[in-house]
Design a protein around this ligand. Sequence first.
Ligand code: PLP
Length: 354
Amino acid sequence: MTGTIEIPVTKVLNSRLKETPFENIPFGKYFTDHMLEADYENGEWKNVEIKPYQPLLLSPATAALHYGQAIFEGIKAYKNPAGESFIFRPYDNYQRFNKSAERLQMPAVPEDIFMEGMRQLIALDSSWIPNKPDHALYIRPFMFSSDEVIGVKPSDNYKFLILLSPTGPYYAAPMKIYVEEEYVRAAPGGVGFAKAAGNYAAAMLATAEARKQGYDQVLWMDANEHKYVQEIGTMNVFFVIGDTAITPDLSEGTILNGVTRSTAITVLKEMGLKVEERPLSIEEITDAYKKGTLKEAFGTGTAATISMIRELRYKDFVMNFDTDTWQYCPKLKDIVTDIREGRAADTHGWMFKV
Ligand SMILES: *Cc1c(COP(=O)(O)O)cnc(C)c1O
């Protein structure tokens, strides 16, 4: 569905592009000249517009600020060597966004507003897409409840916006990960599968405590037994044991259904590895490490792309990895990066032309 929606555009008078530093741009700090904004009122989406990036004027009683009906997505756009702009698998994010919306009792965003709105916004700000290795334009669609009423109930009004932010590498170095045993991120029946703002607030204390001990992120465990691994921060997790890549399955609804996870599963299979989606216990991981069959461990996510784990700590047991000797994860990363940055053929239909 393209070109079906007329979106009014108000352009900036002066672009901020030239003042924006494009060397190792920190994540999420700089925004492009324009944003998309839409309102949900009286049961329908209206006021869809692209306008200069600017503050929102909100009532202090705005419902989302009190009860947390807020969801988001993270997508990336790239330039190929010919200078054309592409978005990586945005339709998957669109579908996931509306699943998150349903779980939080928020209205679905129509496809033309999400997909075509995003396409038109990126087309307008395409000169902001960095064309450097490991750089991209990060796309942040989000929605929040905007009733000006303090009351615990789904709002009648919502705002949907899309921001664009040029970005560089997220974790430049391989990560140190702490296996979390005290705090939990998601339980069956909860909202773990949704990209809901509150999930990240709930994770911050555990992450802060891990940071104090010198770790970058925590590896979450299941809520019931603290026995099975779930995911890391904003990444899904993979372990290569023998010639099999294993990633936790999604059946309990406690893990984010990552687009990068799905991409990695496809590419790893094409590389000749067996891939298993199944419950994976921390004992299986530590046992494999002791036996020498745990070869690689890495995280996958749009923001961080594919990040190697150089140290994994469970209780007092520290697993160290010599990531320089790895063969699968670096190859996976190269293949995915080449597709995204337009140097390799897009044989899966993942690249959406702007
Ligand atoms: C966004 C996110 C991921 C990764 O999903 P992608 O679609 O690959 O970006 C994984 N886990 C959590 C908790 C996330 O928020």
